[in-house]
Design a protein around this ligand. Structure first.
Ligand code: NAP
Length: 241
């Protein structure tokens, strides 16, 4: 049987890199989508050293040309794609509110977190349609949820405005793709990894280790064919929108 191919954006570090590791350990050929190829190749060397089948490719999700080039390279090299994980994300100052936000920064956040996932999914759909068990996972956040009581949309006096809005919009995009693609076999879900220690000092805020956050994402990549689509999950459990 041919090996299954997984593509993860923003895979040079953090949760994306660990999702790559865990999918590699499951036997996938993993493509690390990265903005900086040198950094991506050094991450790939690390994972190859662990016996995993990994390659790094440039994928700036905010750049149409970069995304199209990547899709074309995957078509040439593999002819199909089984798993797309839209993990790349941009942030601004966490204190930013809707009144204080600089709209240029808001555009950068939306360009990556919303349009990046949208652009990637559009570009890779033809290759996902060729897979037997295609899955799209949008790495979202409780920051985009009305029901998250620590860092959600209605907490902290509206701080993290553009990030929260981008993730709420990403959740809406997930539903739109899922409904449109129902019956094609492509399952599209949004997943929150939970507060995860990808930056110094985050453990002190109660963040969990990176492998745990990544496992929450990997769960949705491995759903059975009759699994859910259009949902929002953390650790396999439904989250409120
Ligand atoms: N950590 C948490 O507590 C937490 C909680 C909830 C949700 N999440 C979500 O989980 C995902 C991963 O988070 P993380 O903490 O691992 O983040 P991270 O360490 O900041 O990594 C973000 C990654 O996205 C990449 N990226 C940014 N803009 C990009 C672009 N235009 N094109 C391609 N790649 C781009 C970065 O690449 P460079 O290295 O080139 O900058 C980096 O590799 C994100 O979607 C985040 O919103 C995280």
């Amino acid at each position: 049987m041919a090996k299954m191919i997984a593509l993860i954006t923003g895979a040079g570090k953090g949760i994306g890199l660990e999702v790559a590791r865990q999918l590699g350990q499951k036997g996938f050929t993993v493509i690390l989508g990265v903005r900086d190829l040198a950094k991506g190749e050094s991450a790939a060397v690390q994972l190859k050293g662990e016996g995993l089948d990994v390659v790094a490719k440039v994928a700036d999700v905010a750049d149409d040309h970069s995304v199209k080039q990547l899709a074309s390279a995957i078509e040439t090299d593999y002819g199909q794609l089984d798993i797309l994980v839209n993990n790349a994300a941009a942030y601004v100052d966490w204190m930013e509110t809707a009144s204080t936000a600089k709209l240029e920064s808001v555009l950068t956040v939306l360009e990556t977190n919303l349009f990046g996932a949208w652009r990637m999914t559009q570009a890779l759909l033809p290759l996902l349609h060729k897979s037997q068990h295609p899955r799209v996972v949008n790495v979202s956040s409780g920051a985009g949820s009305h029901g998250e009581m620590q860092f959600g949309l209605t907490t902290n006096k509206g701080a993290s405005a553009s990030y929260g809005i981008s993730k709420a919009a990403l959740n809406a995009l997930t539903v739109k793709f899922a409904v449109e693609l129902e019956g094609t076999g492509i399952l599209v879900n949004a997943v929150c990894p939970g507060l995860t220690a990808t930056a110094p000092g985050m453990e002190a805020m109660g963040a969990r280790p990176i492998p745990e956050g990544a496992a929450s994402v990997v769960w949705a990549t491995l759903l059975p064919d009759d699994g859910p689509t259009g949902g929002f999950f953390r650790d396999g459990k439904t989250l409120p929108w």
